[in-house]
Design a protein. Structure first.
Length: 230
């Protein structure tokens, strides 16, 4: 954000239960509800022509908003969204993951740390205490979200998204995320696929300059209006 705000007007949207957005319900919003929240933010703030950037669940939020209302955004950067792409033929009803067990805070923190370390140990080890506490605060909603059915889209839905999109993954990320990123880029009609060398899932923490440069180049190619008007 800091590396882009000098050239572009930037707005941070925290999903419910993450960052500074509260979550008080017994269950977190569905992914489609997150997408609708994003659409409403764009609409209420009058952000016509906005571009969005999202990692993991944030990237799913962007896709959920676009499949409901493709004109919500002018373009987007999608970093390692954990999704499934169906070919359109009938599939069994998606089964949710096993629900989180236990409410003990220590157990929750231990399981959350283990989960993040599986995705990007280098990022967790290099986090400041403040950043770790921010992640720990999101663990309750994070575990409940992962117990929801997987995000499934279809090749037909993706083919209808003609806006410019960049799909990004790290060269050392878990293979399932790299594979879904490659499949997503292949299914989108107006996309580029970018690989950040040496990076894993939380690349915005460990490879900040590279990611910011990639986003800036995408915005320039796509015609996003900078603060200078160019």
């Amino acid at each position: 954000m800091e590396r882009l705000r000098g050239r572009f007007s930037c707005v941070v949207v925290d999903r419910c239960g993450y960052g500074l957005s509260s979550w008080d319900g017994p269950e977190p919003p569905s992914r489609d509800a997150h997408g609708e929240h994003l659409r409403l933010v764009v609409s209420e703030l009058g952000l016509a022509g906005a571009y969005a950037v999202g990692t993991s669940g944030g990237a799913l939020t962007i896709l959920a908003a676009l499949r409901r209302a493709p004109a919500t955004l002018a373009g987007a950067v999608l970093v390692e969204p954990p999704l499934r792409i169906a070919d359109g033929s009938p599939e069994p009803a998606p089964q949710p993951a096993a629900p989180p067990h236990g409410d003990d805070t220590g157990d929750l923190v231990a399981r959350g740390e283990a989960s993040i370390r599986r995705l990007d140990a280098a990022a967790w080890d290099g986090m400041s205490s403040q950043d770790r506490q921010r992640y720990i605060a999101s663990f309750p909603v994070m575990f409940r979200e992962t117990s929801q059915p997987p995000f499934i889209t279809t090749k037909a839905e993706l083919a209808a998204l003609t806006l410019p999109l960049a799909v990004v993954y790290g060269s050392t990320t878990p293979e399932r995320l790299a594979e879904s990123s490659r499949a997503l880029a292949a299914a989108l009609p107006n996309s580029t696929l970018e690989v950040v060398e040496g990076a894993a899932h939380l690349m915005y923490l460990t490879h900040t300059d590279e990611v910011a440069g990639l986003i800036g180049a995408f915005l320039d190619r796509s015609g996003a209006v900078s603060r200078s008007g160019s």
